[in-house]
Design a protein around this ligand. Sequence first.
Ligand code: HEC
Ligand code: HEC
Length: 344
Amino acid sequence: MKRSTLLGLLALPLSAALIAAPWAHALIAARATPQLQVPHGWPAPHYNFAANPVTPAGFALGRRLFYDPILSRDGSVSCGNCHQQFAAFAHLDHRVSHGIGGVNGKRNTPGLFNLAWQPELMWDGSVHQLELQPVAPISNPLEMGGSLALAVDKLRGDASYPRLFAAAFGSPGVDSQRLLRALAQFTGTLVSADSHYDRAMQGREAFTPQEHAGLDLFREHCAACHREPLFSDFSYRNNGLDAAPRDAGRALVSGHPGDQGLFRVPSLRNVALTAPYMHDGRYDSLQQVLDHYTSGIQSSPTLDPLLANGITLNAGQRRALLAFLDSLTDDSFIHDRRFAQPHD
Ligand code: HEC
Ligand code: HEC
């Protein structure tokens, strides 16, 4: 085969390569471990992979742990239960998370992608480091209901994990730091940067006139907070959901009364896949989200000044904005087999 053909194939998304040729398996093995590649035009990631280099065995271990209910107290709930790949790792149709014993959590499960770029995690920014994030769900009584120590004990007594940990970290030993690092090798490499929007920005595809009109409207009304290319400026804001917020949001972390009802500006990448919307999952559709911004803004002392007068959109502009939001869906990300539940 000509060298140019091979290079061309390597650039294809995994699913396309699979269809392209039966001998593609060797290529897939070589590409099975994602390395963090900074997409063109993106800032440097926040998470320091130099301190936790992604290796094939480390990534495979992190992926297996992500999908394994062994991390929960009674072996019933895995990370993947709430974070579903087909929904860009959000939880489809669940307003708030459902954890161990079917109990309801307090907040809507966010999608997981491009986490290495997030300076803080969670809706209120209560977690500062990707590596430490799993401590929250593992020990939350409404999520996995256990503890890090319990999870480590169970992994030590398991028939295969001690071997997998040794392979991933070069020496025997199952401990909480290794558990957290392996999970971060998986969650940190969930990069989503191949939507129609991305290809259009690179000149490889063209926006329809309607999508283009939507992009212009987006930049006029939304991008100050949902900033390109990550579609968040990672600030905390009150976008006017409630006059008196039931969830104090950022104020729970900072203790400042001025942070009442502020939540992190969420990324809008893959937003068509991650319904329901907002920190409490109150809206089922993007139509309802636009209704909120055009006619539902609730005034309060912490309402963001940018939204003080709401946003005016006519019917055609709404359709254009929705068409643009659809262009942020990354199909190759949700079908990437490297991120799917392993079957071994
Ligand atoms: C019971 C459902 C549930 C389970 C199980 C669960 N999560 Fe989550 N996850 C959530 C919810 C809900 C949030 C948002 C919490 C908040 O902001 O208060 C979240 C937030 C996150 C975030 C932060 C995302 C962001 O954009 O800030 C990461 C990363 C994450 N989860 C990874 C994991 C990992 C890894 C596991 C397994 C160890 C896991 N989750 C298990 C429901 C769940
Ligand atoms: C002043 C900053 C700001 C502006 C302007 C803004 N948003 Fe938001 N947006 C937010 C914040 C903050 C949230 C999260 C609020 C919450 O859950 O409490 C949010 C949430 C959303 C969500 C829900 C995402 C999810 O995963 O749940 C969508 C969709 C959305 N915004 C779209 C838009 C669109 C479209 C525009 C322009 C018409 C816009 N936003 C303008 C700050 C803003």
